[in-house]
Design a protein around this ligand. Sequence first.
Ligand code: PSV
Ligand code: MN
Length: 399
Amino acid sequence: MKDQSLSQVVKALDEFQIETPSWGYADTGTRFGKFLQDAAAIDIEDKLADAGQVNHFTGICPNVAVHVLWDFKKGQNAKEVAKIARRYGVKIGAINPNLFQDQEYKYGSFGNPDPKVRQQALKHVYDCIELGKELDSELVSLWFADGSNYPGQSNIRERKAYFEQCLKKAHQKLSKKQILLVEYKPFEPAFYHTDIADWGMSYLFSKKAGPQARVLVDTGHHYVAQNIEQIVAWLLDENMLGGFHFNDRRYADDDLTMGSVDPYQAFRVFHEIQYFAFEKGRAPKIAYMIDQSHNDKAKIEAMLQTVTTAQELYAKAALVDHKQLSVYQRRGQQVDAEELLRRAFFTDVAPYIKTWRKKNGLPVDPLQAYRQSGYEARVAKERKARRIELGISGGSSYA
Ligand code: PSV
Ligand code: MN
């Protein structure tokens, strides 16, 4: 471990944080069903408590994204939720409106031809923006299930115009420090056309919405052959990259734990970001978030695994010698340039991370420390009893 590389990695680790999603602590499944876990969170307090555990053992997850309709009961007091979060050592992060589960959204939300439905969707987004202000959260994260299932079903251009109008109106409600993130997805649940199908559409809508709108890249929302790091590089260059939803996949939007299938992919994304920061002399402001549906893994363990993987890949990317890389690139030394990346990726960064964790008073092995804490067994017992008392079989609303 050379001194220079150690300080490079430590600097990177000091700046790296990742937000965990409330829905990653509850039971989730596929459209074929859910496998329930006794220890899975039942309500927002459980989710924040579990997120608090992940932050406690890793030290890099102080923010928790919420999905408003899954997490907030009608009339729930936002300040109360903020207080609960504080009790568990975390803070509410991105606010995710839900524009897809209500029956009215059968033919879309912002893209719906019915003005009443568009108004309902807008009102919900306005409420979420207000909620963000109350919770002192800077991110409003929009994802739309909007689209159509059959050719000829929809007027695609008209829907585009509706989206432009609604996004602009939503943007007008933002406070000075709020950012509107616009996520894209090529298909699912719509299987013919999706209103925001790729980064270009998201970019265009964000540009038209206003100066505080940015693109959100969910790594699972691409066709398998797509070059995600190129999209990242372009968005960085245009100052339009707002954040990430990290997860991994083998086939489509599989929502597997980050780095489980292709860790080199996440490394390449981190590399583009750190290379950009090196060239510009400043780190871009990006929200790193997790969006997974680790159905059959124990929730907190899956999250710890994800967070430590993200940290490890970020640290590896920090080992790339950027100065040398630009020399190789300019000289056309392709093998040397590629080898720089490969060598960084294959370096064992565990000793660096161990040093960093010790320096920050954190356990050197967060997963092991969590297992030894006995938290899982304790909450499993308590939540099982609570489910019986409440007469519920478990699970959140997301499948
Ligand atoms: C949709 O697939 C998505 O990626 C959006 O970000 C949603 O908010 C999230 O998943 C729900 O898990
Ligand atoms: Mn997502």
